[in-house]
Design a protein around this ligand. Sequence first.
Ligand code: NI
Length: 176
Amino acid sequence: MAVRPVLKMGEPLLRQVAVAVQRFDAQLTELVADMNDTMRALSGAGLAAPQIGVSLRVVIFEVTSNPRYPDVAPIPYTVLVNPELTSLGDELEEGWEGCLSVPGLRGLVPRLRKLRYRGFDIEGKPIDRTVEGFHARVVQHEVDHLDGILYPQRMRDLRNFGFEEALVGRMTPMPE
Ligand code: NI
């Protein structure tokens, strides 16, 4: 287990489409342990394998209740392998996002309000959840990483993009 360096926007690997996991083996366990250590060390809400330089379709996320983010409902720690998203309705919601690969910045991003996600946990057991709001946002953000997409590419108006400390007062604080 180790905290690994997080690749930053501009690194070519972050623009690649990641490859599906074929085996739920010790190598996957080790990868997820490193992702978990890295996410926690940087107080992130989620992390995708490409962010630590591994182009595989694995994401993790977790949001614990935090007085800094009173509007954000907790999300249980989830390892999601080979995820598939299905939209439930076409309602979009704008919300502020950050990313450990785009440190210090925040942007207002439209996302599907409600969706179903399927995939597998670290042992290969199926996961099937219907979620909305911030949980749906986090999943869309992380799965975008697997398709080589960073949140600024999803923004409609770059005037709503800036450094966290400069956006204080305008922005609803959100975990990265
Ligand atoms: Ni991110």
